[in-house]
Design a binder for this molecule. Structure first.
Ligand SMILES: CSCC[C@H](NC=O)C(=O)O
Ligand SMILES: [Zn+2]
Ligand SMILES: [Zn+2]
Length: 429
């Protein structure tokens, strides 16, 4: 029962009970929960930043290292969650329910990403309590708002802030299992105008006809991308994806059957698409394709692209973090996972998008990682859960990773006995 459950599980369930779903995430309660727990660990300092508005706090927890001259590491997670449809769930998505028989902890955020947010703190607590470990590098833990809605008032703003610069961050860990890149979202809306007229006449160049021609061209492009994936020639995260997400046309008349006027051909029509651009995609080529083929002005089309986040860093390089020995942080991360007895899959590009793109844009290496062994991926899905034992095991994995990343392997300095000796200068010593 509740009395016998380990404290970390109790704290995780309490976090899951906080209603952090959009459109009204309770950021204050989430920050309060995290900061209260952090306050019980004397080595930690906490600060709450309000970078854009009093409604959007960002919690920064800091574990000072013994050598402030070393670049720090940053462990990031987001405070917000996507909405859930309670009627489609077996248990209340914000009830913190645990199933008796198999120890599944249900909740919106159980995987994405309240688990890692609490695991970071639990791992730090254990490193101090169990082994008296003290890091050489400073370890920062950030809890940012708004990731699920694009992150511009969250990590986007944070990465641009003076505050962030002062942290001297050398390496960042963010959510999900080893991802070295994300795809950048573009929102595309195409609009057609055309000849209106009586619903009974057949004429060329109506708005809906113009729109449908573009939709066909776009869907053909989509089919080509998808065929590459189906043939096994590319991972789904390696192609440009495009999916229609809304269609809008017609004259609304609420008392009509179906709600629309039937005998008028509308003079305007619109469609919206979610496009994801992999890091290697050429934004210029894509912009030109949209202008010339997808929404050509000669077909009376116009369009609007909203590029939600960068594709390149300041020196024009695609936003990818190296996962080989050219990146010493990778070796330390991999070493930490291996020393915990874990095995990493092949590093991938995340098909969707996270806040990692904002730090990669600064040229800071960042890996997406969440220790969720043998767990079906239920991000944004119904009945999102994480099993108790997997959650606790994840804390242990983070203890190893944090230790490897934050220890001092410097020239002539005492190397941690579990850590590798690697090129210190590459790590910014
Ligand atoms: C427009 S940025 C949205 C970010 C969001 N992130 C997680 O799901 C995503 O849709 O990938
Ligand atoms: Zn997430
Ligand atoms: Zn998400």
């Amino acid at each position: 029962g509740e009395n016998q459950e380990p404290d970390p599980i109790y704290r995780f369930r309490s976090y899951l009970r906080i209603k952090t779903a959009h459109p009204n995430p309770d950021y204050a309660a989430a920050v309060n929960h995290l900061a209260s727990y952090a306050a019980t660990i004397p080595a930690l300092r906490t600060r709450t930043l309000y970078l854009t508005s009093p409604e959007k706090p960002l919690l920064l927890v800091t574990w000072p290292g013994s050598d402030p001259s070393l670049p720090a590491i940053l462990l990031n997670s987001h405070l917000d969650s996507v909405p859930a449809e309670p009627s489609k769930w077996t248990h209340d998505p914000f009830g913190g329910h645990v199933s008796e028989d198999d120890g599944k902890i249900f909740g919106r955020g159980a995987q994405d990403d309240k688990s890692i947010g609490m695991q970071y703190l639990e791992a730090i607590r254990n490193l101090i309590a169990d082994s008296d470990y003290a890091p050489a590098r400073t370890v920062h833990v950030s809890y940012v708002p708004d990731e699920e809605i694009g992150g511009s008032d969250g990590m986007g703003e944070f990465a641009r802030s003076e505050e962030f610069g002062k942290l001297n961050v050398g390496f960042v860990l963010d959510e999900f299992r080893v991802f070295y890149a994300d795809r950048s979202p573009w929102n595309l809306v195409i609009r057609a105008v055309g000849l209106p007229g009586h619903g009974s006449t057949m004429h060329d160049h109506s708005a809906v006809e113009n729109l449908m021609k573009s939709v066909e061209v776009i869907m053909k492009f989509r089919e080509n991308s998808f065929d590459l994936v189906k043939a096994g020639l590319a991972a789904s995260s390696e192609v440009v994806s495009v999916n229609p997400v809304f269609l809008k046309a017609g004259m609304i008349m609420s008392e009509a059957v179906g709600g629309f006027v039937m005998n008028v051909q509308p003079s305007e029509a619109e469609a919206g698409f979610d496009i994801r651009m992999p890091p290697m995609a050429d934004p210029e080529v894509m912009r030109k394709r949209i202008a010339d083929e997808w929404a050509p002005s000669w077909r009376n089309m116009s369009y609007q692209i909203t590029e939600k986040g960068p594709l390149r860093d300041a020196s024009g390089r695609p936003l990818m973090t190296a996962t080989d020995d050219t990146n010493p942080w990778w070796s330390l991360f991999e070493g930490g996972v291996a020393s915990a007895g874990g095995k990493l899959g092949k590093p991938e590009i995340l098909p969707s998008t996270t806040d990692a793109r904002f730090v990669r844009q600064l040229g800071i290496p960042c890996l997406g990682f969440s220790p969720m062994k043998n767990t079906p991926i239920l991000l944004h899905d119904h009945d999102e859960f994480l099993k108790e034992d997997v959650y606790l095991e994840g804390i242990r994995v983070y203890q190893h990773i944090i230790r490897w990343l934050s220890a001092d392997y410097g020239q002539g300095r005492t190397a941690e006995k579990e850590g590798p000796i690697c090129n210190y200068s590459l790590l910014g010593g």
